[in-house]
Design a protein around this ligand. Structure first.
Ligand SMILES: Cc1cc2nc3c(=O)[nH]c(=O)nc-3n(C[C@H](O)[C@H](O)[C@H](O)COP(=O)(O)OP(=O)(O)OC[C@H]3O[C@@H](n4cnc5c(N)ncnc54)[C@H](O)[C@@H]3O)c2cc1C
Length: 414
């Protein structure tokens, strides 16, 4: 098939779309505004967790409740700047409407299935790339520091078991057996064997190299300014290097997708949710298994020589404005659970900032647009872009090939 597909955005979503389209024998080009070597985008400094355990969408009654409480603390990871515009206010209204039990219960099986299929694809990809992505299937500890927090995790684990996810309740001594090199001061943890992790930078570099060697053409330093359209079809994209034409277009520009879609009079309800990460040397924290401190909302991923901390949700945040007070709170909360960790000042760390693309339903948007028959959207993966990258790419390639993905696609539409 000689069809030409342009993928806009070389983040973890765009690259997996390019991968599966290339595997299907299509002619693929990727257009990316950043440099080939840039590693500052959202798909690089994240925590790399692959999480079938996270089957509840972000828009849920529990998240709404804890999120609102957190908004009122200057040290919490959740931050909403004052003076939101009308577009953002309408996004928040949609988020509140979506945060109801009925909608959440409907979304859970699909989100779980997407995650589990994606994790399987990661293990296949890691075989193919001789594990250059550093894929590991070590599970995830959801650790609670309070009795109430643990009770909430136990309730969630019951739902997980109903879906077929194996969980294990660990007390302090069982945690010690799993983590013999470090003292962890928590009330207990739920262990999800289902989960895995990668080193995101390594996976992204491998994908870019593999795709280039296998015929995908990359246009770096190429910013898409506008879609050009005519009679219900996208005829091209206007970039700083001129007009580029193709048969089909995949919009995978992460948190920038909404502003680009607006140039084709398309409304995509995606806003940016900024998060932070930083790495501490392994010698300061001898953690073996990825762990999330559930109340503090801090994720810790052990890599070969360091542990990555990830946290923060600043709605409509922008790059360059680091809130050290909130990062210090992340460090202080983590030290309570890991008393052997050396005291660290936030402003001495190398902080990475990433803009997650967030939808008001907490589910990604994956599918063909109704308005333009040759435009597909793959964005809004929020805290699960890495997790869901491969399955998103596979679904996009199936849609372009005219196949029917085995998922409730209505849930992923907008
Ligand atoms: C602190 C933190 C921790 C996280 N941890 C995890 C985790 O453990 N597991 C997980 O699954 N997810 C995690 N995430 C979420 C994950 O990182 C995101 O969901 C994912 O990176 C989004 O990928 P994307 O490809 O949609 O967007 P991006 O990575 O933002 O890629 C979009 C690309 O499009 C390009 N672009 C934008 N506009 C244009 C334009 N006009 N023209 C051309 N190119 C353009 C951008 O330069 C960019 O390269 C985390 C996020 C953060 C912030």
């Amino acid at each position: 098939m000689n069809k030409k597909i342009i993928v806009i955005g070389a983040g973890v979503i765009g690259l997996h779309c390019a991968y599966f389209l290339n595997q299907a024998g299509l002619n693929v080009e990727v257009v990316e505004s950043a440099d080939e070597c840039a590693e500052d985008g959202c798909s690089y400094g994240n925590c790399g967790l692959i999480v079938p355990s996270h089957f509840v969408p972000l828009a849920s009654p529990a998240m709404l409740h804890s999120g609102i409480k957190m908004l009122f603390s200057s040290k919490s990871p959740v931050y909403l700047p004052l003076g939101q515009n009308i577009g953002s206010m309408s996004w928040f209204m949609q988020f509140i409407i979506a945060s109801n039990r009925k909608k959440v219960n409907k979304a859970i099986p699909t989100l779980y299935k997407l995650n589990i299929e994606s994790r399987k694809l990661y293990s296949e990809l890691s075989l193919q790339n001789q594990n250059r992505s550093n894929y590991k299937h070590l599970g995830l500890l959801m650790a609670a520091t309070t009795e109430q927090g643990l009770a909430e995790e136990i309730e969630l684990a019951k739902k997980a078991e109903e879906l077929g996810i194996k969980t294990q309740l660990l007390d302090k001594s069982a945690i010690k057996t799993l983590e013999p090199d470090i003292d962890i001061n928590v009330t207990g943890a739920l262990f999800y064997k289902s989960d895995g992790h990668i080193r995101p930078e390594a996976h992204m570099q491998w994908l870019k190299k593999y795709l280039s060697l296998n015929g995908v053409v990359f246009h770096y330093h190429t910013k898409v300014n506008k879609f050009r359209h005519q009679k219900g079809k996208i005829i091209g994209i206007e970039t700083n290097l001129g007009l580029q034409k193709a048969d089909e277009f995949v919009l995978a520009a992460g948190s920038f997708s909404a502003q680009l879609a607006a140039t084709a009079e398309l409304k995509i309800p995606v806003i940016a949710g900024k998060g932070y990460s930083f790495d501490v040397p392994k010698k300061c924290m001898q953690l073996r298994t990825p762990l999330i401190l559930t109340e503090a909302k801090v994720a810790l991923t052990p890599f070969n020589t360091s542990v990555r901390f990830g946290s923060g949700m600043e709605f409509n945040g922008s790059i360059g404005e680091i809130r050290y007070r909130r990062i210090q709170a992340i460090l202080d909360e983590t030290r309570k659970a890991f008393p052997e960790m050396p005291e660290t000042k936030a402003n001495t760390l190398k902080i990475w900032e990433g803009l997650r693309p967030i939808t008001p339903t907490g589910l990604p948007l994956v599918g063909r647009t109704v308005k333009y028959k040759n435009l597909l959207v793959a964005t809004g993966h929020a805290m699960m872009g890495v997790s869901l990258g491969p399955i998103t790419g596979k679904i996009i390639s199936q849609l372009i090939l005219g196949e029917k993905p085995d998922f409730d696609m209505d849930l992923l539409h907008f």
